[in-house]
Design a protein around this ligand. Structure first.
Ligand SMILES: *Cc1c(COP(=O)(O)O)cnc(C)c1O
Length: 370
């Protein structure tokens, strides 16, 4: 059996939507973009949604919108996909890492305040693997020191804290739609915000710094080409219409995994705080320290099962070490977690049979290799 690590959930509706765009001359800056943005804004409960060509672009425009620049500090997590820290470097600001909560795997709120300095401009929490960070605590600290909060919700569309959606806690938030995310636009991202100024800036900067009422060759500020094509927006429209169903199906896959893996010795299941609603992005287990993770991963890979060590710590990536001199031991919880986690195959249409196969092979590998 061959089981991929991830795969998108695409049906006839998506194909129809994309083809309908191809039958028009408008392949960029058209009605599907507006429709997609409205669906996202409505779903999340935000005043504005601005679609762009990737989650990374979305994060970059947030950083620029809040004038985070040379020498400013942004407090964030070292346990994430690298883009959440890179977007700070794009503007020559400094990511200031804070170690994570060993349960939620998100930035530890109790360790943030001691890292605030005169230069701190913002906090950038990440809802890791679709589990929301402690936004109440983060907002309290941000309020006390007058800091901006940029919420990286790229892995967490539909997640909730006390009934309120991820992406509505920060001054701005980002979602991402690469094909391994809960829903996809091929490549793509969205910024959501209630702030009219930020929304206008993001719209301008995604399209070469044009003014909303100016001409095509009138550039009010430095901008980029971060536009989302109509084909992607059309795919996003069809995916947004299914989002509630997709999230429920992913919850079911996670429940089935939990049931199948719960008695395997040395396997720690994903944590879920009872007070939050997860949006399942990936299914990541933690192996006990005595288990050789690399051997387990090669054994599963040989059995046709896609799996990966998720995430390697950002501060130990070569160019962070080279630029900032980070070393092992700087963020011990992140490093310990990063050395033990394995992302197993996880996607919306995953069947009970496939889950059982992964469970059986994992059980075998742990029994024979440890
Ligand atoms: C996916 C992701 C992004 C954005 O990635 P893109 O590939 O640029 O869309 C940003 N932050 C996190 C935490 C992510 O998982």
């Amino acid at each position: 059996m061959k089981i991929p690590l991830a795969q998108p959930y695409i049906g006839e509706e998506e194909i129809r939507e994309v083809l309908s765009v191809l039958r028009t001359p408008t392949l960029s800056i058209g009605p599907k973009l507006d429709e997609f943005e409205k669906l996202v804004a409505q779903y999340v409960g935000a005043k504005h949604a601005i679609a762009v060509n990737s989650g990374t672009s979305a994060l970059h425009l947030c950083i620029r919108s809040f004038n985070i620049a040379d020498g400013d500090e942004v407090i964030t997590t070292p346990f994430s996909f690298v883009a959440s820290a890179n977007c700070i470097l794009f503007e020559r600001a400094k990511p200031v890492f804070v170690d994570i909560d060993p349960d939620t795997l998100c930035i530890h709120p109790d360790k943030i305040e001691e890292m605030v300095t005169q230069r701190t401009k913002a906090i950038l929490p990440v809802h890791v693997f679709g589990h929301p960070a402690d936004m109440e605590a983060i907002k309290r600290i941000a309020g006390k020191y007058n800091l901006v909060v940029i919420e990286d919700a790229c892995e967490a569309i539909g997640a909730e804290i006390k009934g309120r959606k991820a992406g509505t806690f920060g001054d701005a938030a980002t979602f991402a739609f690469y094909p391994n995310k809960q829903i996809t636009t091929g490549e793509g991202g969205v910024i959501v915000t209630d702030d009219d100024r930020v929304a206008e800036l993001c719209r301008s900067m995604r399209s070469q710094g044009r003014a909303s009422d100016g001409g095509w060759l009138y550039h009010e500020r430095l901008g980029y080409n971060y536009r989302m094509p109509e084909l992607s927006a059309a795919l996003g429209v069809a995916q947004m219409r299914k989002l509630t169903k997709i999230l429920a199906m992913r919850q079911r896959v996670a429940d089935q995994y939990n049931e199948r893996l719960k008695d395997i010795p040395g396997v720690q299941l994903p944590y879920q705080d009872r007070r939050v609603k997860m949006s399942w992005f990936v299914y990541v287990i933690r192996l006990a320290p005595h288990i050789n993770r690399e051997k387990i991963i090669s054994s599963l890979t040989e059995a046709g099962i896609g799996c990966k060590p998720y995430f390697p710590a950002i501060h130990l990536q070569p160019f962070y070490v080279a630029e900032f001199g980070y070393k092992e031991g700087d963020f011990p919880i992140t490093e310990e977690v990063a050395s033990q986690t394995v992302a197993l195959p996880f996607y919306t249409s995953m069947t009970g049979l496939e889950i059982d196969y992964v469970g059986t092979k994992l059980e075998e590998a742990i029994r024979t290799l440890s």
